[in-house]
Structure formats: C-alpha cells, structure tokens
Design a protein around this ligand. Structure first.
Ligand SMILES: CC(=O)SCCNC(=O)CCNC(=O)[C@H](O)C(C)(C)COP(=O)(O)OP(=O)(O)OC[C@H]1O[C@@H](n2cnc3c(N)ncnc32)[C@H](O)[C@@H]1OP(=O)(O)O
Ligand SMILES: CC(C)C(=O)C(=O)O
Ligand SMILES: [Mg+2]
Length: 512
C-alpha cells in the first residue's frame, strides 16, 4: 500500500544557518526548535556538532528542550565528527545522526580527492561506527543529482547493510529537474537491495528556482521524508521552504493524497520568528508567508474577493496563521474596494459621495504609490467640507521666482456662479505670494492670516500634506483645512476654505 505519511525534516538550524550572514546562538536555536515542535516538525537537524563547541552545546540544548521531534546533528564520514555528535546528544532519547559524503565525480575528484572505492569505504566505516551509538542513522549522498546512478545504488546498498535507516539523495546544487529527480528515485528503488525497508528522503536547493517542484516530484516518486528550511533559507539560493511543501500538500490533498504532521496554523508565527532571529527578511511576494500572499490590489480582484474570497484565494489566511485577507488600496483599485474600506473604517458613503470621492481617489492614486487609511479619510472629509462651503474654489496657479526669496504668484479662482477670478501677488516665499494673490483676487483687505500649520497625514515622501489656517476678520476667527500631495495646492485650498467660511459667518471658529 502506498505510504501516505510525509515526514518533515527541518534543517533551518543547520543548512539554514549556512545562509550567509546568519549565526544563531544557543538560546535562539532553542527558541526556534520549540516553535518547530509546535509546527509539527518530525525531525530537527539542530546543527553540525563538529563545527564548534558552541554548536555542539546548542544541539544538546535543543535535544533537551523539545520532546516530540527527533533531534539530529550532521557529521562528515570521520570518527571525530561522529564522536562530536555522540558527545553532544548520544545520551539523550529520541536523537540520531546524519552522516554525509559527496558521491559525484566532481566532488570525489576535485574536493575529496577520493576514488569511488574510498568513498564507499568511508561511508560504510562511519555508518557502522555510528550504528553502535544511534538507532536512527540518516545517510546522505551529497550532490546525488550529479552522481552516476549505479554508484548511488552501490553506496546506498552498502550503507543500508552498515545500518543506515534513512537514505537522503540531496540535490545539493539545485541542478536537477522534477522529471530527472523522479527517474533517479525510481532507479534507486528498483536497483538497490534492502531499499524497501528504508525511509527515502529528498533535500532540494533552489539555485534554479526548482526546489519546491523537485521536492514534490520526489514525493510523487514515493519519497516519504522532505528536508528543507523555514522561509527557504539555506546555503546560496536556499533550501526548499518547508511551509510551501506543507501548504501545497494540504491545499492539493485532492491531488497528492498525503498526510503530514504539520499544524499549518503555526506557519506564520514560525516564519516570523525565523525571519527575526536570522535577520533574513521575507520578500513580500514570497509564496504562503509573504506580506502580499493574501493581499489583493487590483479592482477586479478586490471586487471578486469582496464577493467571495475563493475567487482569488486558494488558501485561507487564517489557516496558516495570518490574520486576514488584505485589500490594498492603490491606483488599480475600484469603487467596491474603496467603499468596503470606508465601511471598515466606520464611514458609510452613499453612491453620490462614492462617485465624487472616487474621482479624487484616482487622482491621488496617480500621484502617490501607496494609499493609507489616513489618505482616504482625508479625501472624504474634504469632500464633505467642500459640499458645505463652496462659494469659491481654487483652480490653479503659477509661480515666478523674482529674486532670492521673492516670488510672484498668478492665481485663478472660480466663483460658484462659474466666473473666473484672477489675482496676482508678490511675497516672501511661494505661499506668501500665493496668499497675496488670493487676497488680491478676492479683494480681502480687512482679513489677516493668524495661523498656518502643515502636517504630513500619511507615510512616505509622497505623503499627503495637510494644511490648517486661521484667518481673522473683524475680531472673528475662521479656520480652513485642506489636503493634497502638493503642499502649495493644499495651502491655497486651506486658505480658500477659510475664506468660504468667512463668507458664511455662522461657521466661524470663535469670536475674539
Ligand atoms: C552540502 C553541505 O551543506 S555540507 C555541510 C556544510 N556545512 C559546514 O561546512 C558548516 C560547518 N563546517 C565547519 O565548521 C568546518 O568546515 C569544519 C569544522 C567541519 C571542518 O573544518 P576544517 O577541518 O578546517 O576543514 P575545511 O572546512 O577547511 O575543509 C573541509 C574538509 O572536510 C573534507 N570533507 C568534506 N566533506 C566530507 C565528508 N562528508 N566526509 C569526510 N570529509 C569531508 C574536505 O575534503 C576537507 O578536507 P581536507 O581538509 O583534508 O581538504
Ligand atoms: C548535508 C547535505 C544533506 C546537504 O545539505 C546538501 O547536500 O545540500
Ligand atoms: Mg543542503
């Protein structure tokens, strides 16, 4: 009967630590291991005991800290490395060893300087020695995918005889293809005596972006253990991301018919922890765990998701521990997404308001990369303010630089009856010139600007500027407010907003 259970072997603490720049101390390894236990990982490779006394201690600490997963350490085919593992964890229950040697011609000849016979001899000798101390012995033929198939079978057969219980055939340099990897496993299964009693394992690197495809191909070929790292970290382009394998087997259970021990709800938490402790950021577009994995930004997709999430989501964000689907507002969003976001923020807009605010929204989105909640609230608030006070509206302006700080502004304002009013003003800086131009256009002789404030409403250098002004006329104060990505336009609109209020006296701020 086909074996349905796929065992998850996590090597975040060993191959993951081989990510350039990553260095995990004992406490960090234990913290990650405890999280991996919650995730439901079957085997944790906690390090390489011979690498340093600190790593040996960390492996021991991990083995003492977790109770369910088996803990193993990597070792080369020499007595010193194996002794380092025995000393680190040999006395702790539920531990094992992972011994490897490269088998490909390039590694044998150029790296190890060993013949095929010598490689076999080292493999057999080390496995036999380790078998005196461990029941669980994984053996890996490093660079298996560039190794002669018959030689792989020969090594496999000999280490099985010597006591290996798991055989791993790594695609060390991310070289194989799914079809080729399947054929490799089929060949090994058909031509290696004793292989039927052995757990077969795959270990895929992502140099050509095929780590997931190759791992899943291996599983299709009958492999029952998959090795990888959380967030796909690891040597060079990294290892297969285990969360991707788990999500794939779960989401396409209808196709693969496999069982795992993985609790997918722990994926997001585990991924964040590994990212934080390794310092390796998760790219936003990363499958399953990226910040955009459950974010929708285009109007047609957002509309579909509002109507039924399954239109564009094949997994539920909650099922892997994320909070919710995100509709990201931007240039490509439509009315339905904007309306929904307003509702979520507690603003209920009618169709007419939505039509009007949507025009402004698109205008803003053309100029601004990211639209934040503050932006759209501000759009709505100026919209409703404008609906109330609209005697004058600002049309446009142009500026001339005269000398140093001296500017001349040409201002066009539209009266509610449709007539155009022009004004020219000179001042100290662009805003002063602009305001003098507005004063000139509207003949505001007895008004005085008493306050001017500018804030950035949202985030980023293209954020919206919010301008507040206070204008005094005959002892009364009138406030104006406006927003725009262009702070000069915001300044003009805020001033005209105050003037509009001034022309409707019951809206004044205070009597002084
Ligand atoms: C595919 C993989 O990811 S394999 C795991 C890779 N991980 C690591 O290397 C991290 C930990 N490594 C280390 O800390 C160090 O490399 C150590 C402590 C293990 C060894 O350090 P050193 O003794 O200084 O050797 P160095 O790293 O320079 O060279 C590796 C040696 O191991 C030999 N070697 C490599 N693989 C094996 C193997 N599987 N079995 C036996 N010998 C091996 C190499 O031929 C080389 O031998 P040489 O010194 O006789 O030329
Ligand atoms: C040690 C082995 C399993 C390895 O990491 C590889 O071959 O990539
Ligand atoms: Mg590796």
């Amino acid at each position: 009967m086909e074996n349905k259970r796929v065992y998850f072997f996590d090597t975040t603490l060993r191959d993951g630590e081989q990510t350039p720049g990553v260095n995990l101390n004992q406490e960090e390894k234990v913290e990650i291991a405890l999280r991996l236990e919650k995730l439901g990982i079957d085997i944790i490779e906690a390090g390489f005991a011979a690498a340093s006394p600190g790593d040996a201690q960390a492996i021991r600490a991990v083995a003492q800290a977790v109770s369910k997963p088996m803990v193993v350490s990597l070792a080369r085919t020499n007595k010193e490395d194996i002794d380092a593992v025995i000393n680190a964890i040999g006395d702790i229950d539920n531990t094992g060893i992972h011994i490897f040697i490269a088998t490909s011609p390039i590694h044998r000849e150029r790296k190890l300087g060993l013949t095929k016979e010598q490689v076999v001899a080292k493999a057999v000798e080390s496995v036999s020695y380790a078998a005196k101390h461990f029941k669980h012995i994984e053996f890996s033929c490093e660079d298996s995918t560039r190794t002669e198939l018959d030689f792989l079978c020969e090594v496999a057969e000999k280490v099985i005889e010597a006591g290996a219980t798991v055989l791993n055939f790594p695609d060390t340099v991310g070289y194989t293809t799914p079809e080729e990897y399947i054929k490799q496993f089929q060949y090994i299964k058909e031509n290696t005596a004793g292989i039927e009693n052995i757990r077969l394992s795959c270990h895929c690197h992502d140099d050509l972006g095929l780590a997931l495809s190759n791992s899943i191909a291996a599983i299709k070929a009958g492999v029952t253990q998959v090795e990888g790292c959380i967030n796909g970290i690891g040597e060079r382009a990294g290892n297969v991301a285990l969360e991707e394998v788990a999500a794939l087997l779960e989401t396409r259970k209808d196709y693969y018919h496999k069982e795992t021990g993985i609790n997918l709800k722990e994926v997001a938490r585990t991924s964040k922890l590994v990212s934080r402790l390794t310092g390796i950021a998760i790219p936003p577009n990363k499958a399953v765990i990226g910040g955009n994995a459950f974010a929708h930004s285009s109007g047609i997709h957002q509309d579909g998701v509002i109507k039924d999430k399954s239109t564009y989501e094949i997994m539920k964000p909650e099922s892997i521990g994320f909070h919710e689907t995100k509709l990201v507002l931007g240039k490509l969003s439509g009315r339905n997404a904007l309306k929904k976001r307003y509702e979520e923020l507690g603003y209920f807009v009618n169709d007419e308001q939505l039509r009007e605010v949507f025009k402004k929204y698109k205008d803003l989105a053309d100029r601004k990369k990211e639209i934040f909640d503050e932006d759209i609230i501000a759009l709505l608030e100026t919209q409703t303010t404008k609906e109330k006070h609209s005697l004058y509206s600002f049309k446009d302006f142009s500026l001339q630089i005269l000398t140093d700080n001296q500017y001349r502004a040409f201002v066009n304002i539209v009266h509610s009856d449709g007539s155009l009013i022009e004004g020219v003003g000179e001042g100290n800086g662009p805003i002063d010139a602009l305001y003098k131009g507005i004063d000139g256009a509207l003949q505001l002789e007895d008004t005085e600007l008493v306050d001017y404030k500018i804030n950035s409403i949202s985030q980023g250098k293209d954020s919206i500027g919010e301008v507040f002004v206070k204008v005094r006329k005959k002892g009364s104060l009138f406030q104006g407010r406006a927003i725009n990505v262009d702070i000069i336009v915001a300044s003009a609109n805020a001033y005209i907003d105050a003037i509009n209020r001034l022309k409707t006296p019951h809206e004044n701020l205070s009597k002084i």
